[in-house]
Ligand binder design. Sequence first.
Ligand SMILES: Nc1ncnc2c1ncn2[C@@H]1O[C@H](COP(=O)(O)OP(=O)(O)OP(=O)(O)O)[C@@H](O)[C@H]1O
Length: 236
Amino acid sequence: MTDILDIQGLRAGYGDNVVLEDVSASVASGGCLAVLGRNGVGKTTLLSSVMGLTQVHHGHVTLQGLDLTRLPPHARAARGLALVPQEREIFASLSVHENLLVARRPGAWTPERVYELFPRLLERQRNMGNQLSGGEQQMLAVGRALAQNPQVLLLDEPFEGLAPLIVEQIAQALKRLRSEHAITMVLVEQHAELALELSDTAIVLDRGQVVWRGASADLAADSARLASLIGFAEQG
Ligand SMILES: Nc1ncnc2c1ncn2[C@@H]1O[C@H](COP(=O)(O)OP(=O)(O)OP(=O)(O)O)[C@@H](O)[C@H]1O
């Protein structure tokens, strides 16, 4: 498989505050890269940098061979990156259906196809964004990103704060996106074991640097290594 997304030597942050130091990572077409690490190590900053929301001092972000590094966020979205932000950012005064329509770009992912993936959203399609539970908001955040018909889905802690049953439903949907739709993903997650189960490769960040990289299955099988890299407390 060829790499669809390539991050090379990224040094980035907010103004003069450099958070990422020389971060490199790549994702194969149809693959899933898990980005793990303790709180505050720079996971969100990495996704934000891929999306064009930080100040990049050095390095490159390439999508399907096209250098995106100097492009603004909307141009990156137009070229196939979609972010599911940690705060979900659902439009509170729009219905579920309208939230999907405003995001829509041409392609196979219609609202109907999103409803097929998340039947709960079909039941709630006329409800306003502010009438949804946390789990429904997260489903809508994923659905809205899919409605952009992206090449790569960037997911920032999609399971955060959700009940185990909802976590399971969303994890099943992400598995289907990979197995049935070959969607490429970058998954930032505190639930390390689940993220390793859903991904095929992983990086672990610590203070803005990659301190481990390899096959997700290898890290999942080495609980001592996983605990030393991430700590038990954050595994959710
Ligand atoms: N908008 C911002 N402006 C300035 N500094 C920021 C901003 N967002 C994050 N930071 C800083 O960047 C560092 C990395 O934060 P980041 O959110 O990327 O970490 P994280 O690994 O995603 O953590 P968490 O798991 O808590 O979300 C932190 O020191 C944080 O204070």
